[in-house]
Design a protein around this ligand. Sequence first.
Ligand SMILES: Nc1ncnc2c1ncn2[C@@H]1O[C@H](COP(=O)(O)OP(=O)(O)O)[C@@H](O)[C@H]1O
Ligand SMILES: [Mg+2]
Length: 133
Amino acid sequence: MENEMLTDIHSAVDIVTARQRGRALALELGFTGGDVTLITAAISEVARNIVDHAKQGQIVMHRIQAKGDPGIQIVATDAGPGIRDIGQAMQYGYSPRKGLGVGLPGAKWLMDEFDIVSRVGKGTTVTMKKWLR
Ligand SMILES: Nc1ncnc2c1ncn2[C@@H]1O[C@H](COP(=O)(O)OP(=O)(O)O)[C@@H](O)[C@H]1O
Ligand SMILES: [Mg+2]
């Protein structure tokens, strides 16, 4: 696919790399300052969740198009422990362990579209989109 970019996520350094690549792609697609900040914040949260909860995974970002409108899609995938109760995980402030519990609901709020598929013992995939308008 056009402009596709894959970043392996293992550690905090990779979160920074994913952010920087997301920023570069968003700017290339024509997003401006405020939107770029929202997009990179959402990338940070899903990348951080890979490191914190799944140890490793990948983030794939690319340009999308719908009815002439371009956008950016970010897919975060891991083969970690998965999420037993997605409804609970999506609640603001829910974190059974160390975190603030605002990452998933925050990322959803920052982006135009947000989808999470997770299976216990199999892994988690978060797909997020933002449209240029
Ligand atoms: N990629 C993931 N793999 C497994 N569990 C996850 C993943 N992402 C999120 N979770 C679960 O969802 C919860 C909520 O995530 P989040 O809102 O980012 O809060 P936090 O990361 O601060 O705990 C996490 O505490 C964790 O239990
Ligand atoms: Mg988090």
